[in-house]
Write a protein that binds this ligand. Structure first.
Ligand SMILES: [Mn+2]
Length: 417
């Protein structure tokens, strides 16, 4: 079996106020072309299809066009989609039953009652069957009722109350609230996986959108994920043992967790400046005979506009780019020693999508100046200004500048008096 693994499309996302829709439609077209060329057996989308739980109409249209094109390929290529923390489970599930007839499978919500189960799509090849399990993004609260019912049922059946979930709590050391929440997350995911009949003699794949840790090792994040502060929602990868491959979403930097075959494929575009050096790609997973390690291939994605950091003096940057206009999303760090006249306006003639212009030196000096202020309180405004000026500009006031300053202060005193 060969699968494409995608996640964190975040359709509708903005970057520093710029709409990324055009970039997203462009990259989804590239992904479509790759699907058309490579013809995988299935496409797995591991959550965060949209950036907001109520996506803009334009965002829905962009995803609709992508899905429609993929579903028109013959022979059909099934697309399996789970919800991420940014998606609304119910909205994402709209029309799921109808879509499944086109082999577009959507798992938006978690099981809510005893007879509801995780969605599973079975694929067939020369080595037999492969089950792909779909676990939508889950918080303990989403399935608490179901867990309690199931615990009661197990307790009744066992008589003595030896249920698998939490019934031995009394023997434990009292937990901090933090530990309790973390245990809750782990037990929730474990509960949802253990109540399925996973036949480990076959090949099994899981699609999931959670913050997984491997033996305490945590994934490397970027600035664009919405991560719970303090890592309360961490889930240990131990519960993923039955799966030959785990297609993860949530973390935007591509990486494996614990073993090669538990993998975050990363977002399809760079969604923060901190990701400027990352290479985004489509992950291809090849599963052969049962028990054999999957082979992973990356297809790099080249965006319409890059996200990059440009560092140098204003003159250097203007000179190096003088013959072009760049549409890339740029974060510019100016290293000039002197105060500059309207640097952004000058840079805008070359760069049409400036995310930010930072002046490295001034940041540093302004901070030093601020820190210095705490130690000695200067009350003479002229001296305060002279001090500030010399720290920012790196020189003393010229005589004529001092005169202008003197005039300004005289005028202010006059107005005040
Ligand atoms: Mn995400």
């Amino acid at each position: 079996m060969r699968f494409f693994h995608l996640s964190d499309l975040h359709i509708g996302k903005q970057l520093y106020g710029y709409s990324l829709l055009e970039d997203q439609e462009w990259i989804l077209n590239k992904i479509y072309e790759l699907i058309d060329k490579e013809r995988p057996d299935g496409v797995l989308i591991a959550g965060d299809v949209y950036d907001k739980s109520v996506p803009a109409a334009e965002a829905v249209t962009v995803f609709d066009r992508f899905l429609t094109k993929v579903s028109q390929l013959e022979p059909k290529i099934p697309v399996l989609i789970i919800s991420g923390n940014h998606d609304s489970p119910e909205r994402l599930s709209f029309g799921a039953e109808i879509l499944s007839r086109q082999q577009v499978y959507v798992a938006g919500s978690c099981p809510q009652s005893e007879n509801e189960h995780l969605k599973k799509v079975t694929f067939q090849d020369a080595w037999g069957e492969t089950d792909v399990w779909m676990l939508p993004f889950v918080k303990p609260g989403y399935v608490r009722k179901l867990m309690e019912e199931s615990r009661k049922k197990t307790d009744r059946e066992d008589g003595a109350g030896q249920g698998s979930y939490g019934s031995q709590e009394a023997d434990r050391e009292p937990e901090t609230e933090r530990e309790e929440i973390r245990r809750d997350y782990n037990e929730t995911v474990k509960f949802l996986l253990e109540r399925e009949n996973i036949d480990t003699a076959r090949r099994n794949i899981l699609i999931s959108h959670q913050f997984y840790t491997a033996g305490g090792e945590i994934p490397k994040t970027s600035d664009s994920e919405t991560i719970t502060v303090g890592g309360l929602d961490q889930v240990e990868t131990a519960c993923l043992a039955p799966f030959s491959y785990v297609a993860l979403g949530h973390i935007h930097r591509p990486q494996s967790m614990g073993r090669e075959s538990i993998r975050y494929c990363g977002s399809m575009l760079k969604y923060s400046v901190s990701e400027w050096a990352q290479e985004k790609s489509v992950t291809e997973v090849i599963l052969e005979a049962p028990g054999q390690e999957p082979v992973i291939r990356l297809h790099p994605l080249k965006p319409l506009r890059e996200v990059c950091v440009i560092r140098g003096t204003l003159e250097e940057i203007l000179e190096a780019n003088k013959d072009r206009v760049s549409e890339d999303y740029v974060s510019i760090v100016l290293t000039d020693e002197q105060e500059l006249y309207q640097p952004k306006e000058q840079l805008e003639r070359i760069f049409t999508h400036i995310l930010e212009v930072r002046t490295e030196r001034n940041w540093k000096l302004a901070k030093e100046w601020e820190d210095g202020q705490e130690e000695e309180t200067q009350t003479d405004p002229k001296l305060v200004f002279e001090q500030f000026f010399s720290q920012i500009q790196g020189r003393q006031l010229l005589e004529e500048e001092a005169e202008v300053l003197e005039e300004v202060f005289a005028k202010v005193r006059e107005d005040e008096g």
